[in-house]
Write a protein that binds this ligand. Structure first.
Ligand code: UT7
Length: 321
């Protein structure tokens, strides 16, 4: 019998209140609502409080996903957290989440693939479950990018936000995840990075996010349409058979260009970037949770998730909800 992995619950968490583009201007950033909206489609984002960490937001999202799935934390045998903004260098954010949820003994680790992190983590969990070794997985994308933004760099600080999204994945005789595709090209490390480290008790290098925006934009548009087609073809279907596309939420122009290249009508593309900004590994599960909870995504429908980001990394997961 083939074992599949199936999404049984989704959940998400956004910290505090929305911070509008005008709020950023009020805080002294030399920008305008008009510039940000026209170039990115972003109107607001959520920013964590000084004391709020990725693991704390991950736990909130996880509790909501577990509740929807009707699964107790103690039943989980796999916890994967995708984050580029972990609470600590170690232990992993997954172990912090595990401790907070009161689970003991599950396999727990983090995945670092920046904005593709959630699709990398979901693919990893799918492979654990399909192998028969694990049965109930919690997969989370959680980020506090506000901590690694240079608030003097208006070209990057207006783009990102904080938050977390989670799914519960369970072994099932019925699909479930139909196909996945993951890629990376390390020759582009320089176009999107936080090129710093902690060494000898000091931060060395640059601890802030640096990005060549136009290079990232071009890469993203190129790879997102390609990996969508690849993933659909791995499942033996065409992208026209998709009910929903949930691409990484970085920029409305990238999202629209991807949908257009795939020939998908706008109504099939889930968009949250206008209200969440770019929440990196959290963006896809946040958008998924919103579209499930507001009733757009129904059981039996086919959904394609896509990530793209630093590394350069990109990937897609196709599933039947
Ligand atoms: O998860 C993946 C993460 N990243 C992305 O997906 C980002 C992809 N890239 C982009 O979305 C776009 O490249 C940006 C939105 C980041 C930038 O748009 P752009 O059209 O590539 O603008 P630019 O960087 O070429 O800057 C154009 C102008 C510059 O002024 P000058 O030199 O033409 O006078 C910038 O200084 O816009 C200026 N500028 C701003 N002005 C107002 C840059 N940032 C801002 C700002 N407000 N926040």
């Amino acid at each position: 019998m083939t074992i599949y992995s199936r999404l049984s619950g989704v959940g998400s968490y956004l910290p505090g209140n929305p911070v509008s583009n005008d709020d950023l201007v009020t805080r002294g950033i030399e920008t305008s609502d008009e510039w940000i909206t026209t170039r990115t489609g972003i109107r607001s984002r959520y920013l964590a409080d000084a004391g709020q960490t990725s693991s704390q937001m991950a736990v909130e999202a996880a509790r909501r996903a577990l509740e929807m799935a009707g699964v107790e934390a103690a039943e989980l045998d796999l916890i994967i957290v995708a984050t580029s903004t972990p609470d600590y260098i170690f232990p992993s954010t997954a172990c912090l989440v595990q401790g907070a949820l009161g689970n003991k003994g599950a396999t727990a680790f983090d995945v670092q693939a920046v904005c593709s992190g959630f699709v990398y983590a979901l693919t990893t969990a799918d492979k654990f479950i399909r192998s028969g070794s694990h049965k109930k997985a919690l997969v989370i994308g959680a980020e506090t990018f506000s901590r690694i933004l240079d608030w003097q760099d208006r070209g990057t600080c207006v783009l990102f936000g904080d938050g977390a999204g989670a799914v519960v994945l369970e072994a099932s005789e019925k699909p479930g995840i139909l196909a996945t595709a993951l890629h990376a090209d390390g020759s582009h490390v320089g176009i999107l990075s936080v090129p710093g480290q902690v060494a000898g008790g000091q931060v060395t290098g640059d601890p802030f996010l640096r990005m060549e925006g136009q290079a990232v934009f071009k890469m993203a548009v190129r790879v997102l349409a390609d990996v969508a087609e690849e993933c659909c073809s791995n499942a033996g279907m065409s992208s026209s058979e998709l009910d929903w596309l949930i691409p990484h939420q970085a920029n409305i122009r990238i999202i629209e260009a991807t949908g257009k290249k795939m020939g998908l009508p706008k109504e099939k593309v889930v968009v949250t970037v206008d209200r969440h900004g770019n929440t990196s590994a959290a963006s896809v599960p946040l958008a998924l949770d919103e579209a499930v909870r507001d009733g757009r995504i129904q059981r039996g429908q086919r959904v394609l998730l896509e990530g793209v980001g630093g590394g350069f990394t990109w990937g897609a997961v196709l599933f039947e909800f």
